[in-house]
Structure formats: C-alpha cells, structure tokens
Design a binder for this molecule. Structure first.
Ligand code: UDP
Length: 140
C-alpha cells in the first residue's frame, strides 16, 4: 500500500470544545502523520468555495454558517492509504450511525456539527490541500 496524503479539517464544534488535541491524537493513533497544520478563521467565500459541490443541497447555507462560526484547524495527513485510513477513523457523517471508536462517535454533536472533515478521494485530497496550503507549508 502506498503512502499518500489527505486533507482534514477539525471543525468549529471541536475547536470550541478544546478538542483539537483529542481529535489529532485519534488521527495519529490511526497511523496518520500531521505534515501540515494551521488554525484559521474561514471566510464565507472560502467556505462556500470549499463546499461548492454541495451548493444545491438543502443544508448548504447552514453548513457554511457553521463552518465560519469559529476557528478551524486545517491539516494535511500522511500515511498508508491516507484517504481511507482517515475516513475509517472519522466514522459515518451522522454520529448516530458512526461506529464505536471513531472520531465522530466519540466527539460529534450532530450530523452538521460532526467535528471533522476528510477528503473522499485522492483526487479531491489534492484539490483540497491546494485550496488551503502552499507546497512549502507541507513538511513530510
Ligand atoms: N451535512 C449536513 N447535513 C446533511 C449532510 C451533511 O449538515 O444532511 C454536513 C456535514 O457537516 C458533513 C458535510 O455537510 O460533514 C459534508 O457532507 P458529506 O456528505 O460530504 O459528508 P462527509 O464526507 O463529511 O462525511
């Protein structure tokens, strides 16, 4: 299995509850290495652009409002099959459906305030990493 990269966001519900360390610990224990990380306040335009794929969905406006409701931590994660590894440790979108031991089962508040984002493919990971990081900000 190849070592690859994925993109992660620790969402505002988690930063508000001081869970940056708790979430990162679970990512690291899953075998992922944080090779870039920064705490930012997303602008409305940034959040709308990031979630553009969802812009026709009924939850889009609420999701954008939530994502700019406080700081987030954007991260690049590296590991064996990083996209799948991260999706596995994140758990299902709705914490009510998430498996025991996953980040969302442990920490998420609701289907919207679900503590973490993770890329769903290698292709999207590359796009999402480039949306927030310059190449020189990533140190493997
Ligand atoms: N979301 C929401 N309501 C829904 C579905 C999704 O608020 O009914 C939010 C939630 O924060 C989720 C994000 O939109 O993480 C992106 O949705 P997606 O289906 O891509 O889920 P993910 O890949 O994050 O599990």
């Amino acid at each position: 299995m190849a070592v690859t990269r994925t993109f992660s966001i620790i969402k505002p519900d988690a930063t508000r509850r001081n869970l940056t360390g708790g979430v990162t610990k679970m990512l690291e224990e899953a075998g992922l290495r944080v090779v870039a990380s920064k705490r930012i306040q997303m602008t409305k335009e940034q959040a709308e652009g990031f979630y553009a794929v969802h812009k026709e969905r009924p939850f889009f406006n609420d999701l954008v409002s939530f994502m700019i409701s406080g700081p987030v931590v954007v991260q690049v994660l590296e590991g064996e099959d990083a996209v799948k590894c991260n999706r596995d440790v994140m758990g299902a979108t709705n914490p009510a459906d998430a498996a025991e031991g996953t980040i969302r089962k442990t920490y998420a508040e609701s289907i919207e305030a679900n503590s973490v984002h993770g890329s769903d493919s290698d292709e999207n990971a590359a796009i999402e990493i480039a949306y927030f990081f310059k190449p020189e900000e990533i140190v493997g």
